[in-house]
Every structure is written in C-alpha cells, then in structure tokens.
Design a protein around this ligand. Sequence first.
Ligand SMILES: [Zn+2]
Length: 283
Amino acid sequence: MPELPEVETVRRGLQPVMEGRRIERAEVNRPDLRRPFPPRMAERLTGARVERLRRRSKYILADLSTGETLLIHLGMSGRMLISGDMVGGFHHPHPAPSKHDHVVLHMEGGARVTFNDARRFGSMDLIATEKAEEHPLLAGLGPEPLGNQFSETYLADRLKGRRTPIKAALLDQRVVAGLGNIYVCEVLHRAHIDPRRKAGQIAAKRVATLVPAIRDVLTEAIAAGGSSLRDYRQADGELGYFQHTFRVYDREGEPCPTPGCGGTIRRIVQSGRSTFFCPRCQR
Ligand SMILES: [Zn+2]
C-alpha cells in the first residue's frame, strides 16, 4: 500500500508531464473503481489545463483550469504510468493497453498518464477546487506532518489524555495526516518509544522528539523516492514504488540498528497489524 512518501514520489514524477499542460483527451474505461467515477468524467477532464499538482495526505490533487480538482487515490494497488515522454532521461514508449488501464490522460506534449489498478481499490473524483478540502476523504484530516501546523505543541495537545497505544494515535489520520503502518514503526524506533505505550503517558520531552523523528523518516523516504525518479530504473515508466530500506519494518529477528543497543527486532500485532520494534531501546 503506498504511503505518503510513495504518493509524494508519484506526484513529483507526474509534475513535469502534467503541471501547466492541457489534458487533450481523457479516456475513462469503466464506470467505477472502488466507488463510481463522477458523471461525465472524461468530458469534464478533456480540454482542462492542470494548473497545479499537489498532495494532501495520501491523495494527489490536480487543480484544473475549469475550477474543478481531480482527486486521485492510489488505494492498495493503483499505479501511475507515464509513457511517450522523456522521463528522467529515458523514453518510455506507450505500453500495450491493459484491461486494468482504467483512466488514460493524453497530455499536451505527447505524454500519456495511465492509471492502472488491478484490484480497483483506488478512486478518482472531481470536485469544485474551492470546496476540495470538504471532500469526504479530506475533511477531518489532521495537519500534514511536513507542514508548519504540525508542531511539538500541537502533537502534545492531541496526545494528552489519550489511553490508546502511541502507535494507534499516530495512525489516527485526525491527529496527523498520511502516516501509515510502515512509517509509524520507523518513527517510533527512531524516537525510542515503545509502540505499546499509552499516548497520554509519554513525557512532553519525549513527545517533542516524535515531531523531528516523523519529519526525518518521511523526508529521507521522499529523498529515496526522488533518487528512484532520477535513476528511473522502472523500465515500464511506473512511478512511486522505490527500493527503500527500513530500520525495523519487516526485520523480525534481526539485530537492532541503534548503535550500541544489541537488542533484537520483535514483531507483535496491534489492532490487527504488524508492529516491528526493539524492546530494548524503545521504552
Ligand atoms: Zn534497540
């Protein structure tokens, strides 16, 4: 499942072929994905210029010259493919059409952006740009972890009195937007906080270390995504799924990477999802 850094990498990859360019033709090959596409989606996209391509949490938002915004959610398995344009120095010819190519945007300048989703957990919607933040998927989201609103004071305030484990609190999208299972494990390891600890019982000084840990983990992952875009190893023009090494995620039984710790990474299940952590240096 793509998390914030992967979605940001997709956005950055799409930017040069989409931003400032007109959608010459939009092909919508089925009536729905996880939910129905908006009415007349192909017509409403065709001819519109993409003024700005931005991200909110794990969603990509393309603000159009028509006053509407195209909201893109990759879901579990959604992929964005670019073809027919110079991307990172490599030219990707248009691939043979696949039955999972649900939406194809033929961009001004010759590039083709294909949304391919075999499991159809993704979604796309069109909304008035000025009301975009009120969309059900966006309303109620907490601040962006890399934005100015997300601060030590804010986080301390939101965690105060919470009896849920810190891991669950950080996964709560109302507290902070866009953090998923993998990166929360990485963040808590970096901040040396036990994922089982009650959110409201972590000392203010330790809560303060969470904010830079979140920023560092995400920034490093986005940088790794950025170098994958530059290298452009993905021969098929696919964006967003890059090789990134995690310190604890999926490393059960391996030695803890904290210098001098000597602990072993453990896996436990919290709210039905795997947590990886080091019981020795995470307290
Ligand atoms: Zn450790």
